[in-house]
Design a protein around this ligand. Structure first.
Ligand SMILES: *Cc1c(COP(=O)(O)O)cnc(C)c1O
Length: 374
């Protein structure tokens, strides 16, 4: 069968074909909001009131969305979550960190800590991909580093402060989790993310919710005399964020898209609504994958299956063929994480993605498989 002969019937197509895990679907309403504010905000100074008001709105909105207790602060800066790992090696980790490594992103933070000449070698606890390890408290550990949702494998973990961790910080990479998974501020000190996943904005920005305990640590390290480049200096980022600014020029479009998404989430009912939505999408996807002979969820333990990033292993059909046919129909970025090297589909189910579109996507896959199954 010639692949180009496979034509998906229009009634099976999703209303939007973007299923990538970041950059991810940006809603049309967000773009309209950018257009509406294009002449008053775009191309204007980020040091003046209008853009500072926008940054303030993002900080207030996130505090409300996450239900942050008094004393917590939202800090932001340019560079994304990857840059924040370096920020953390200067401004959060005192001497020794512990890292749970269970995929590409968690391993990169561990490498950043290991490479920092001013830190002791981190303790790394690994598990097989498709699972996640458990933290073990240690007297010498001052920062416990978790990944709420491993975007490379589709494994989600509950974030809990390790028993016996004393005044150590719990530092959570929430890049694909924030806005789609539940977390308790009492269990976390730093919850950081980039906004191009659940928050449907563009890359290049990092945002961190910081507990009072984290703020004390930042102040402590700031006074420690440790050298730190200004772009990675959390203390400087703090001062700027408190003034609703960033150290250097931000992308105002990114801020506008983020602000619009936070407002949309709040208007729909906040985190509770977001969780319902990602649950609806993911329960459907995993049930479908279990019911088909050619597919199964990659993550064995249902409790660890991510509600926002679905990884589906295929048996007897080539994921690459399915992806090719989908892409020809404008359904994109269903490829598995490149370094995982599996015959797998990976499907984002962020709050912006319509649960009905997840159903439609599975119908498209069924349609293709029926035609290529030997
Ligand atoms: C996407 C992602 C990152 C990297 O984000 P960048 O904005 O590209 O730096 C880090 N951690 C997790 C869990 C991610 O999903």
């Amino acid at each position: 069968m010639n692949l180009s002969d496979i034509r998906l019937p229009p009634n099976l197509l999703p209303s939007d074909g973007r299923f990538g895990c970041g950059p991810s679907k940006i809603r049309a309403e967000q773009m309209q909001s950018v257009m509406r504010q294009s002449e008053t905000l775009l191309g204007t100074s980020h040091r003046q009131e209008p853009v500072r008001h926008l940054v303030g709105s993002i900080r207030d909105g996130l505090r409300e969305l996450f239900g942050l207790p008094p004393g917590w602060e939202i800090v932001l800066g340019n560079g994304g979550a990857t840059l924040f790992w370096d920020v953390a090696t200067f401004g959060l980790i005192r001497q020794k960190s512990q890292h749970l490594v269970f995929g590409e992103f968690s391993s990169k933070f561990a490498i950043a800590a290991k490479s920092a000449p001013h830190l002791l070698d981190p303790q790394i606890i690994e598990s097989e991909f498709g699972d996640h390890p458990v933290a073990v408290s240690g007297l010498d550990i001052d920062s416990y580093c978790f990944t709420h949702n491993e975007t490379s494998t589709g494994v989600a973990m509950e974030v809990r402060r390790p028993v016996g961790s004393g005044d150590a910080l719990v530092v959570v990479d929430a890049t694909s989790a924030a806005g789609g998974l539940w977390w308790e501020p009492s269990e976390v000190d730093v919850y950081y993310f980039s906004p191009q996943k659940c928050f449907a904005s563009e890359g290049g920005l990092w945002v961190a919710a910081c507990s009072p305990r984290a703020i004390v640590r930042i102040e402590e390290l700031r006074k420690s005399g440790r050298w730190c480049p200004a772009t990675l200096d959390l203390g400087i980022a703090f001062d700027n964020s408190r003034a609703n600014q960033t150290l250097n020029t931000p992308s105002i479009t990114t801020l506008l898209l983020l602000d619009e998404q936070i407002k949309w989430m709040l208007s729909k009912g906040g985190m509770r609504w977001c969780l319902e939505r990602t649950k609806t999408s993911s329960e459907f996807l995993y049930k479908w994958a279990e019911s088909q002979t050619f597919s199964q969820p990659f993550v064995d333990d249902p409790a660890k299956r991510s509600p926002v990033v679905g990884t589906i292993d295929l048996v007897g059909v080539e994921a690459s063929i399915i992806n090719e046919v989908l892409r020809r129909h404008g359904i994109v970025d269903t490829e598995s994480y490149r370094k995982l090297n599996r015959n797998q589909l990976r499907i984002a189910m962020f709050p912006s993605i319509e649960p009905h579109d997840i159903e439609q996507l599975t119908r498209c896959i069924d349609f293709i498989v029926e035609r290529i199954m030997p």
